[in-house]
Design a protein around this ligand. Structure first.
Ligand code: FES
Length: 115
């Protein structure tokens, strides 16, 4: 469950959530609206991201084990990139590009075995 924090004295409240990488036993904290990739990298978790987070490669892919409803809706760019590299069937599975999926609640992810 997320929790609200106040950032310094800016008067801005932000929610914090948990991203758990279940197959690695790692966990990081994420700010509301942050991409999964940003949360992983800022939290010190190494995660492939060959195109630098520009939705052009799929190397940052994640398998969402729990909390798909806590991620932003998939936009057309992400769908197109996943289709281009992985085919239409990938859109039916629990897969997202970590550079595009934004966090709005706790999630559990793993590294997909397919490429
Ligand atoms: S880093 Fe290349 S698609 Fe996400």
């Amino acid at each position: 469950m997320g929790y609200r924090i106040r950032i310094f004295d800016s008067g801005v409240d932000t929610m914090k959530y948990k991203v758990e990488v279940v197959d690695r036993g790692e966990e990081v904290e994420a700010e509301e609206g942050q991409s999964v990739l940003q949360a992983l990298l800022y939290g010190g978790v190494e995660w492939m991201h060959a195109c630098g987070g520009f939705c052009n490669c799929t190397t940052c892919r994640i398998k969402v084990e729990e909390g798909m409803e806590n991620l932003s809706e998939m936009e057309q760019d992400e769908k197109n990139t996943l289709r281009r590299f992985q085919g239409d069937q990938v859109l039916e599975g629990p897969f997202r590009l970590s550079c595009q999926a934004k966090i709005y609640g706790d999630i559990k992810i793993s590294e997909p075995e397919w490429f």
